[in-house]
Ligand binder design. Structure first.
Ligand code: GCO
Ligand code: MG
Length: 401
């Protein structure tokens, strides 16, 4: 099965997506997601100008060799742009291999390890009571696990809160600026979760995303304060370039930790996993070099009882979600999958076999990863520049958003 052509499709059905479509001489097509929020065209160019010319004519079955060729062969290793591009090629090749076998992808990954993948939804509100309403709404929809984010008194635009029903991280135009106050947040966050536990008890899993905003000692303090609320996880409590930072947090708290949505290589996570500094690894199929590389991360994590908790925000396309569910249903140390439903228009452009039922998702039984693209419809929604916001402290210091 030879690669005949590969095309990069950039479109904006409700938000921007970069999709790689590989075609073979046997007439099969495979899809991979290469969306890097706010930096989409850099990956599109990397694919179009540097990767696709090297793919044409290769045997589409040689997934591992092509992965190594693109990784080692480029000389310049790692990085979000490179790894998103490699991830898209890898995902498209797994899709093709499964389609040529006539099997759903999970069968090629060792078969099912569970009946379906538990997912968590996003509950958000402008204040505690609105967040309570959103949690209750998610419980009604059947979610077993819910991430809760709330507006914070004294902070105009807190992370994860939207005016609209669904929170969408990227905004049209140049990056917006938001103001952050660690003091106000640390004062407020434990009160939010105390109220949620008081109202809903302990039957449902609650999660929370700190979004890289705290220093290690502040994160330790928050983890400790949240212990009575027994969170499923506290996510990205501090930036993780310095993996050692998590030793300090770990020494002070038993609140489980989840890290890795911005990682792109196993090396970003190695010490965190081997030293058992985290409980969940959040790397995604799209940003971490595809299914092949993510399986290696999961295999390393399995040795240390670290479980997967893949990033699944709306900036990962339905192609990523399809692939993530095949990965999740097959891998032995699956933990949970993030689920931020896409806009109806996004779902229309990317018809898919995966389904949601009472808090669990299933990848479906279609051959491949089960996600396609309606190119004609996609062409009606051209790229529309959008960026993630930046954050500053109250005195103007640039901070982690
Ligand atoms: C999450 C994330 C996202 C990111 C977004 C950036 O946990 O879902 O933190 O909401 O902010 O993916 O592009
Ligand atoms: Mg996050």
């Amino acid at each position: 099965m030879k690669i005949r052509a590969a095309r990069v499709i950039v479109c904006c059905p409700a938000r921007n997506f970069v999709t790689l479509k590989i075609e073979t001489d046997e007439g099969l097509t495979g899809l991979g997601d290469a969306t890097l929020n706010g930096r989409e065209l850099a990956v599109a160019s990397y694919l179009k100008d540097h990767v696709v010319p090297c793919l044409v004519g290769r045997d589409a079955h040689q997934i591992e060799d092509i992965w190594q060729y693109l990784y080692k062969g480029a000389y310049w290793r790692r990085g979000p742009v490179t790894m998103a591009a490699i991830g898209a090629v890898d995902t498209a090749l797994w899709d093709l291999k499964a389609k040529s076998a006539g099997l759903p992808l999970y069968q090629l990954l060792g078969g099912k390890s569970r009946a379906a993948c538990m997912v968590y939804g996003h509950a958000q509100g402008r204040d505690v009571e609105e967040t309570c309403d959103a949690v209750s709404d998610h419980i009604e929809q059947g979610y077993r696990a819910i991430r809760a984010q709330s507006g914070i008194p004294g902070i105009e635009k807190a992370y994860g809160i939207a005016g609209a029903k669904f929170y969408e991280p990227a905004e049209k135009g140049l990056p917006g600026e938001t103001v952050w106050s660690t003091e106000r947040y640390l004062d407020f966050a434990p009160k939010l979760f105390e109220r949620l536990r008081q109202k809903f008890g302990f039957e449902h899993h609650l999660l929370h995303d700190v979004h890289h905003r705290l220093t290690p000692i502040e994160a330790a303090r928050l983890g400790k304060a949240l212990e009575p609320c027994r969170l499923f996880w506290m996510e990205d409590p501090t930036p993780a370039e310095n993996q050692d930072a998590f030793r300090l947090i770990r020494r002070h708290t038993v609140t489980p930790l989840a890290v890795g949505e911005v990682f792109n290589s196993i090396h970003d996570a190695r010490d965190l996993i081997e030293s058992q500094l985290i409980d969940y690894i959040r790397m995604s199929v799209t940003h971490a070099g595809g299914i092949s590389h993510l399986r290696k991360v999961a295999a390393l994590a399995e040795l240390y009882q670290v479980r997967t908790g893949c990033h699944g925000a709306t900036d990962l396309s339905p192609v990523c979600m399809g692939a993530a569910l095949h990965f999740g249903i097959s891998v032995s140390n699956f933990g949970i999958q993030e689920h931020m439903p896409h806009a109806p228009l996004t779902d229309e452009v990317f018809p898919h076999a995966y389904t949601f039922k009472r808090g669990f998702m299933h990848p479906g039984e279609a051959p491949g990863h089960g996600v396609e693209i309606d190119e004609e419809l996609a062409a009606k929604y051209p790229y529309d520049p959008a960026y993630l916001p930046v954050a500053r402290l109250e005195d103007g210091t640039l901070w982690s958003w």
